[in-house]
Design a protein around this ligand. Structure first.
Ligand SMILES: [Zn+2]
Length: 132
């Protein structure tokens, strides 16, 4: 199955199973809630499980390096290796987040496939000038 086909099928099945949260108000609040749950699951990996820790400080990189080379000085600020349990919990929360993102797209009449394609083209065009 092609990736675009998976995205289309996912959007279709979300539309089929979504009964309670068809209102844009419900979609927006469930989407926002799912974002918070993803963040919380990552934080719980640090503060409850402890399999990973966060070690962050100011990012330093030589000013004379090109924008393309700056990437090698950036890190995730995560230390350690995430355990299987935390990976499963985070994956589940990310899945729910995708569900509510898709529900919001359905409510607003956006095709996920088009959003992916448009964003891919934008990133591909801007390349290293995309400062995010
Ligand atoms: Zn863990």
């Amino acid at each position: 199955m092609k990736e675009n086909e998976v995205v289309c099928n996912f959007q279709d099945i979300v539309s089929e199973v979504l009964i309670r949260h068809r209102s844009v108000l419900d979609c927006l609040t469930k989407y926002q809630e799912s974002t918070a749950r993803v963040n919380r699951s990552v934080i719980k990996a640090v503060t409850d499980c402890g399999c990973v820790s966060i070690c962050a400080n100011k990012r330093e990189y030589p000013a004379r390096d090109s924008l393309k080379d700056c990437g090698k000085y950036m890190d995730s600020h995560l230390k350690g290796k995430m355990c299987e349990h935390c990976r499963e919990v985070i994956a589940e929360e990310l899945g729910k987040h995708l569900f509510y993102l898709t529900a919001l797209c359905n409510t607003l009449d956006f095709k996920l496939e088009e959003l992916f394609d448009n964003e891919y083209e934008r990133i591909n065009t801007l390349g290293h000038f995309l400062l995010s």
